[in-house]
Ligand binder design. Sequence first.
Ligand code: F6P
Length: 364
Amino acid sequence: MQLSLRNIGILTAGGDSPGLNVAIRGVGKTAIQHFGMRVVGFRDGFRGLMENRFIELNNDNLSGILTLGGTMLGASRDKPHRMPIAGRKADMTDIMVENFEKHRLDALVCLGGGGTQGSAYRLVRKGLRIVTLPKTIDNDVAGTDVSIGFNTALSIATEAIDRLHSTAHSHHRIIVVETMGHNTGWLALGAGLAAGADVILIPEIPYDIEKIAEAIRRRSMGGRGFSIVAISEGARPIEAAAKSGGNDNASGGRGNGHGDSLGAQSQHVARQLEELTDLESRLTILGHVQRGGTPSAFDRVLATQLGTSCARFVADGVTGSMIGVQGGEVGPVDLADVAGERKTVPLDHPWVSAARDTGVELGD
Ligand code: F6P
C-alpha cells in the first residue's frame, strides 16, 4: 500500500565514497517526479540534521551530478549520540528528533557505512522513520552483497597495482601496497586478485612474516626478482591476532584490533621483508585516492537502482530498514540485523580459494 508521504529528508554520513551523488539523485528524482514529495538534503551528515542546515533538492540541483565523486550534501563522521560539541561528545539525538519533526518529515534516508547504520538504528529506536542505503569502499556493511563505492575503489586499487608491477619489475624490488578496507580485506583481496599480487594480506587471515619472506625468496630463486604485496590497512601479524584473542574491535573500532592505528603494519612489513629477503622494498599507501573521483559504471547502476528502489520502499511505508542487495535482489533488511554487524571476508570465500589456487601467498 502506498502512503501519501509529503516530505522526506536525506543525508550522507561517514567517509564519502564514489556513487553517493548517484544515490541522492536516484532517491530525489524518484521521490519528486513519481511521488510528488518535497525532498530536503541535510548538510554534512547527522551534524546538519542537528544544526538544521539543509537545502531543498529539486530537479535542477539533482541534474548533472551523476558522474561527480564525493557528495553534494557534504559528509561528516559525527554520530548523533557522540556529537563533538565544544571539545566534548554529547548525545544530540533529541535535537535531531525535534528537527525531523520541525520539517514534518515522513521519513529520513541515511546513506552510510557500518557506523551510519548503527546511528540510524539509534534514531529509529527514538521513534524516527528511517530507511538507509549501504555505501562504503570497504564493502563491510552487513545485510548486502555489495555497497556503493566498493567497485570504484576496487578498480582504482587494481589500476594502481598494475602500474606498480612495472616499476617493481624494473628495479627488482618488493613493493608493498596498502589499500583501505578498515578491518576487512575485501579491497586488498579483490584488487590483489585482479592485479595479480604475489602476496595478499587481509585482517581475516593473520600473517606470519616468515612465510611471506619464504614465498618471496622462492620467487627470487625461480627468476622473479620482484614481488607485489597487497596489504589491507587492517592486516595484522599472527602474534597480534593471538594477543587480541580474535577481538578485532579491541581498539575501539578505528584501529586494527591490537592497539595500532589502521595501516600501522604496512611500513613494518616492508622493512621486515627487506631484512628477510635482501631485496629492496618500497611502500605505497593508496589512501584516499581510492575514495575520490567519478564512480564506475557498476557503481552508477547500483546506486541508481538502490536509490530509486529506496524512494519506492519509503513510499510503500517501509521504515527501520536498509535497502540492500542479496543474491541480486534489491530489498529491505531489518536495521536491527545490520547495526553493529560487520561483513568480513569468510575464510572459505571463493576469492580466498581463487587466490590460493593461483599460488598467491596469504601469509598463513
Ligand atoms: O570506512 C571507509 C574508510 O575509507 C576506511 O577504509 C578508512 O579506514 C577510513 O574510511 C578513513 O577515514 P577518514 O576519512 O576519516 O580518513
